[in-house]
Design a protein around this ligand. Structure first.
Ligand SMILES: Cc1cc2nc3c(=O)[nH]c(=O)nc-3n(C[C@H](O)[C@H](O)[C@H](O)COP(=O)(O)OP(=O)(O)OC[C@H]3O[C@@H](n4cnc5c(N)ncnc54)[C@H](O)[C@@H]3O)c2cc1C
Length: 398
């Protein structure tokens, strides 16, 4: 027996969440992302990601990891969503990752949970195959954080509803075949007046359905590989069975959806931070100043130590919270803390990585510049930092 036991930083360790099956998926999906997505990261900044790659991901089974086999999914547990988010971080393109996450973690889960059998066949099945792309329409020009303040209405007329209003900042909005639309069926009520609809936005030829149009696509600071649109609904008639879930319960439905979305967003944040850390570490070992690699200066070494510690804390927080979520708890406070903390860590890491790369950090060719712009959204989308703090504060009865 060895009498001197040394730390082994690279040793494989059994993880309390991830089984060998999760790890196998991580290897195969990561290899796919590096082979088929990563090489196109620069091109897609100009063109946005092509819809065919969603279909390709569907063929490979990556979109339906957590959905039942009867709908074309793999029947896996919630942890597969975290593995998928981690794997997507290797794409080098925050915009591509966001387009995918909208499909897998924002649009399809509520259809699976709340949809009728017909809705599942019509949207979930082709969504899992990647044949049809969805969007989630909550935010409006006049209401973002204050979801109960939305103005889009759905008025009942016989066997139909007539939808009027506009939505803004909608990811996948310019290309989506279908969408979940958050509306007011009782415009005088706040939370209790909200109803969700799941509707076709395009016909079989790909033309917008009557009453729907993409008003404009929006220019952004980052996430350029993702299309972001403003959408208009003008007397758009939908059948009454397009309601998703219960009439008047949409606020609670969407609050549930946001929990899964926030946890996956938090996983994307720690994974994105890890990728930036790795690239920057490589640089710090090679780049020399004053006769030695910059990583050997204590000031820089400590930056890595700080970043690694924060990333590890965010990761463990997300994993522990995901374990509780997957085991039947509804830990809204900790999900909120995870989203807030991981988004902040990702932002701090991005800033430090730019700093460590010096002038090169500011140049496009080193790609930390893009990661820095892309990650800024994490503190705004899926609930701003301020809203996260408010949810946490209120959970203590304040
Ligand atoms: C690139 C991108 C993609 C997006 N994709 C989608 C999508 O696919 N679908 C979708 O529906 N939405 C999407 N969004 C919208 C996003 O969710 C909202 O931008 C976000 O929820 C904030 O809403 P807002 O922009 O209206 O800001 P506001 O709600 O107007 O907030 C403005 C500021 O006020 C603060 N604030 C607001 N209320 C409070 C309060 N009570 N206490 C303290 N501070 C407060 C906020 O934190 C923020 O700092 C996207 C946004 C972007 C930028």
């Amino acid at each position: 027996m060895a009498t001197v036991i040394k730390p082994s930083y690279d040793a494989q360790r059994k993880h309390f969440l991830f089984t060998d099956e999760h790890l196998d998926l991580r290897e195969s999906m990561k290899a796919w992302v590096l082979k088929e997505l990563y090489p196109h990261r620069n091109e897609w900044e100009e063109t946005t990601w092509p819809s065919e790659i969603m279909r390709r991901a569907g063929e490979l089974g990556y979109l339906g990891l957590c959905f039942p086999e009867e709908y074309g999914g793999q029947g896996g547990d919630y942890f597969y969503s975290l593995v998928r988010a981690e794997c997507m971080s290797y794409s080098g393109s925050g915009g591509t990752n966001m387009g995918f996450a909208v499909q897998t973690d924002m649009v399809l889960p509520p259809i699976h949970l709340l949809g009728t059998e017909e809705q599942k066949q019509h949207y979930l099945v082709p969504g899992i195959k990647g044949e049809r792309i969805g969007c989630l329409c909550i935010t409006e020009p006049g209401a973002g954080s204050d979801v109960a303040g939305i103005r889009t209405t759905a008025r009942r007329e016989g066997d139909e509803y007539v939808i009027n209003g506009s939505k803004i900042f909608i990811t996948n909005g310019a290309r989506a075949d279908f969408g979940i639309i958050v509306t007011k069926t009782d415009p005088d009520a706040r939370h209790e007046g909200i109803t969700l609809f799941v509707v076709d936005l395009r016909d079989e030829e790909g033309n917008p359905v009557p009453g729907f149009r993409v008003s404009r696509t929006l220019e952004k600071m980052g996430m350029h590989a993702s299309d972001t649109a403003e959408l208009a609904f003008e007397d758009m008639r939908v059948p009454a069975d397009a309601v998703l879930g219960e009439v008047g319960k949409g606020f609670y439905h969407i609050s549930w959806e946001l929990q899964g979305e926030r946890l996956v967003a938090a996983a994307g944040c720690y994974a994105g931070a890890e990728r930036m850390f790795e690239r920057t570490l490589e640089y710090a070992k090679e780049r020399e100043a004053f006769g030695r690699p910059i990583g050997r200066f204590q000031a820089i070494r400590h930056k890595f130590a700080e970043m690694a510690t924060k990333i590890e804390a965010a990761k463990q927080m997300v994993h522990t919270t995901a374990w509780r979520f997957a085991n039947g708890e509804y830990p809204v406070r900790e999900i909120t803390m995870s989203k807030l903390f991981a988004a902040r860590v990702c932002h701090e890491v991005a800033d430090e990585c730019v700093q460590i790369l010096g002038g090169y950090g500011y140049m496009k060719e080193y790609e930390i510049e893009r990661a820095f712009r892309d990650q800024r959204l994490n503190r705004i989308g899926a609930g701003t930092d301020e809203i996260m703090l408010d949810v946490i504060g209120r959970s203590y009865g304040l």
